[in-house]
Structure formats: C-alpha cells, structure tokens
Design a binder for this molecule. Structure first.
Ligand code: NCD
Length: 308
C-alpha cells in the first residue's frame, strides 16, 4: 500500500503540520494567482451523501481555483448507491478515476471506513454523521488565528447542540491540544457534550452550563451552533429545543469588545440578523477562510505545493 495521507479527524495532523498548513493558506491568500495551475490535470471526487452548501462549494471552488477538475454527486440517488452498491465498492471505483476524494455521509465512521478501501486516493472527511468534521475545524482555526492572532490561551464558549454538532466535536478535539485553552460548554441538559469528548479533556479545562447570559462576559470566542434537526429521533423534541438560545444585540452587550462570534453555518434562529452588523460577528468571513484552507489541504495531500 502506498504512503498516502487521509484527513478523517483533527488528530491526523500534528500541531506542526497544522501550522505549516495555515502558513500555506496564508501564502495562497496573499497571492492566489501563483497557485492557479498547481492541480492542472488532477481530479477531485466530491461525494456528498448529505446536503451541503459551504463545504461542497468551498472544496469545489478550491479545486477549480487550483486548476484541477471535479467529478461527483450531491444527491446519492444519482449514484449506484441507490442500486445497493456498498460504500467500499463505490470508493474503490472512484479511486480508479479520481486523485482525491471528499466524502460526506450521514453515518458515523464512514470516512474512516472509506479510507481503508482507498489505496492511493486520499480521502477527506467532510462530515460523518454527528461525529467529526475536521475541515470545518481547519476553517475555524484559521479564523481564530486571524482574529485573535494565536490559538493558545483562549476561553471558548460553545453554545447550542453539543450532542450532535460534529463541527463542535472536532473543534474541541483540536483546540484542546493548545496550551491554556478553556472551554465553556453551553447547552440544554438534553444536548450536552458526549462523554467520549469530555473524557479526552482535563477536567480543569472546561465547565458546563445551560446559561448563555451568565457566562458570555468570560468568552474570547463565542461559537454558536444550529440544533441538528436531522439527527433527532423525535420531531417534538427538536421543536422544544430548537430556539433554546437566540443570540441578539442585547445579549452581546455583556460580552468583551474583542470577543468574536463564530458559527459554522447554516444558521437557523440561533443568531438574530441584527447581530450580523456587529464587528464581533465573523461567521461570513469564517466561511471564506474555508476555501483557502481547503486549497492548502488539497495541495498538501496531493503533494502539489511546488510546481511539478
Ligand atoms: C456544518 C455541518 O455540516 O456539520 N455545516 C458546515 O459544514 N459548515 C454545521 C451544520 O450543519 O450545522
């Protein structure tokens, strides 16, 4: 088997590898034209078994802006999965055509499984059920690094659906590796952080609460999230919890002046539109960083950083 690298969860990159990836993204942002042809002749397979706007479009724009091309689907009904083909067979087939694959799937562990069947095509996890979403985390880290100038020493308040929010699981795993980071987990009792994430943390580095207003003043970063309707068994339960937290201007008056408000998007009701104009709201800039860091990731996994 060839020595190829996949990205399935944040721990697949060391802190040093992440740093160097962020520096590559910085270089792309500074001079995107330099990278226009780097992936000429390369093909990215975009395999989306679940809806997506930002992740899919940012990956596809990333590949196109590197001069590569794209095949794929955003509706599994259009692939042979609908005829009963296994994921393993789909991946082996895609590997006959594409150089790199991006996979989103509703089932936890699918990206890992796919990587086992991919002999020479790097597989990138673009979200596996309620489990992990490592490339959103790269986006989030780029954003934090840009606005807060470093990744260590922050108090991060994470609010909303901590149970099913895969971007949150990956973010906590990644940020807990940096010195002096403290977490405030804000959720209703029913949507608390899963124990497998808490078990990976030093107990002195986090607190759990259901109160946003009483802790917002402590946060350097406030990471809001959508209640993940598609992961609920009961629609009634979703309806009861969906508007548990709504960030508005009034609540922001209690926050630090240099706090940043992040959100992986899509937003439903958890941030009022009136907050969008607040200089602390950075979620749409966050989405833009997503394309540049994915350009860097594609270049790195394909070993195409320098002109071939
Ligand atoms: C997130 C996801 O798919 O997990 N979206 C994204 O990729 N930016 C967040 C969400 O759907 O709530």
């Amino acid at each position: 088997m060839k020595n190829i690298k996949h990205l399935i969860e944040p721990g697949d990159f060391t802190i040093e590898e992440l740093d160097s990836l962020f520096r590559l993204a910085d270089a792309i942002i500074a001079d995107p034209n330099k990278y226009l042809d780097r992936c000429k002749g390369k093909l990215l397979a975009s395999l989306f078994f679940e809806p997506s706007t930002r992740t899919r479009f940012s990956f596809e724009s990333a590949m196109l802006r590197l001069g590569g091309q794209i095949i794929g689907f955003d509706d599994p009904a259009a692939s042979s999965t609908s005829k009963g083909e296994s994921l393993a067979d789909t991946i082996r087939t895609v590997g006959c055509y594409a150089d790199i694959a991006v996979l989103r799937h509703p089932r936890e562990g699918t990206a890992k499984l796919a990587s086992k069947y991919s002999e020479d095509m790097p597989v990138i996890n673009a979200g596996d059920g309620g489990h992990q979403h490592p490339t959103q985390t790269l986006t989030d880290l780029m954003t934090i690094r840009h606005y807060k100038k470093r990744l260590d020493g922050h108090v991060i308040a994470i609010c909303g659906d901590l149970k099913f929010g895969r971007t949150i699981h990956s973010l906590v795993k990644a940020m807990s590796r940096y010195e002096g980071v403290r977490f405030i987990f804000i959720s209703p009792e029913e949507l608390r952080m899963p124990s497998y994430i808490l078990e990976g943390l030093d107990e002195s580095t986090y607190m759990q609460t259901d109160q946003l207003e009483s802790v917002i003043h402590e946060a350097d970063i406030l990471y809001m999230s959508r209640v993940q309707r598609e992961r609920f068994v009961s629609e009634e339960e979703y309806e009861r919890l969906k508007n548990y937290y709504i960030l508005d201007k009034e609540k922001l008056t209690g926050a630090k002046d240099d706090m940043i408000v992040m959100h992986p998007l899509p937003r439903v009701n958890e941030i009022c539109e009136e907050v969008d104009d607040d200089p602390r709201a950075v979620y749409f800039h966050q989405a833009r960083f997503g394309m540049f860091i994915r350009m860097a990731l594609i270049l790195r996994l394909l070993n195409m950083e320098v002109e071939q």
